[in-house]
Design a protein. Structure first.
Length: 265
């Protein structure tokens, strides 16, 4: 096990000349995670590509697949053991962990609120992140960085997004708090807030998605932000700054603006 996160915040990670940087990405079998995995491989990093779909992970040339369900803590623990062995055997330093895996489901009937849906989304997008942090963080070297996938949906209250938005808002708080506590260990934390990105997740949406970008472009933005050590990586800027500006307006005005068919009410 990499000792840098053990008990001493100040022990620097000593790399040998052969030590190669490794990146772990959850949700690497599809969409943004897949684009991230491909770009990191191209940059010469050792990529641990995580997901449930083994076939898709195996097809990422040059990456090491780690097959596990983020909603199964025993599987996460097993994956961390596998990871630890692989890091040691291959003289790798885990410099980045990007917890990107997630799902999106909408609350279609607010009166008959679907509690099970709410639980599923919170479990996949937030609770699982806690277990991934528990098992993967001790393997991250000093000067490492953790990226937590949130969404620009957290800037405003969008209709039907009670579960998804709440899960990502929780990720924002988790990231802010973790950033403070990990500082002493030399580990940075970035929260990632994309606008609309074309992936299988958004292909299911039946509403307009302004300023949507490709998964490739999203991955480039994330890699840039992670390298620069940005606390909040948000993109595309024209879209995210617009949302941030609207969020500064009076709440009643914003609420009316975002209420479906408000003009007809
Ligand atoms: N697309 C957007 O516009 C957008 C915007 C803001 C934020 N995001 C966030 O970006 C992240 C990636 O989304 P995407 O758009 O790239 O979606 P995607 O193409 O559907 O990919 C989702 C990934 O998450 C993995 N995953 C889901 N549930 C899992 C589970 N229980 N265990 C293990 N892996 C699981 C999937 O892997 P397997 O199926 O192999 O398990 C898949 O690789 C999500 O957190 C999403 O909320 C997306």
């Amino acid at each position: 096990m990499n000792s840098s996160l053990s008990d001493s915040p100040s022990t620097p990670n000593k790399l040998t000349t052969q030590t190669k940087e490794a990146v772990l990405i959850t949700g690497a079998s599809s969409g943004i995670g897949l684009a991230l995995a491909l770009q990191y491989v191209e940059k010469g990093c050792h990529v641990f590509a995580c997901g449930r779909n083994e076939q898709k992970l195996n097809s990422i040339k040059g990456a090491t697949p780690l097959v596990f369900d983020i909603n199964d803590k025993d599987q996460i623990r097993q994956a961390a053991l596998q990871l630890s062995t692989s890091l040691e055997q291959n003289d790798l330093s885990l410099t980045m962990v990007i917890l990107n895996a997630g799902s999106c489901e909408y609350i279609n009937n607010p009166v008959h609120f679907d509690g099970a849906l709410f639980e599923r989304v919170i479990q996949t997008n937030v609770v699982s992140m806690g277990y991934c942090l528990e098992h993967f963080l001790p393997l991250v070297g000093a000067n490492g960085r953790v990226g937590l996938m949130s969404s620009s949906a957290t800037y405003l209250p969008f209709p039907k997004a009670e579960a998804y938005g709440a899960s990502k808002a929780a990720v924002n708080y988790l990231a802010s708090s973790l950033r403070i506590d990990l500082k002493a260990y030399g580990i940075g934390v970035s929260v990632i807030c994309p606008g609309f990105v074309k992936t299988p997740l958004t292909d299911k949406n039946d509403f307009a998605m302004p300023m949507q970008i490709s998964a490739d472009k999203a991955a480039s933005e994330i890699i840039y932000g992670m390298n620069k050590g940005q606390s909040e990586i948000h993109f595309p800027k024209r879209f995210t700054y617009l949302l941030k500006c609207i969020a500064c307006l009076p709440k009643a005005f914003v609420s009316r603006m975002l209420t479906p068919n408000a003009d007809k009410a």
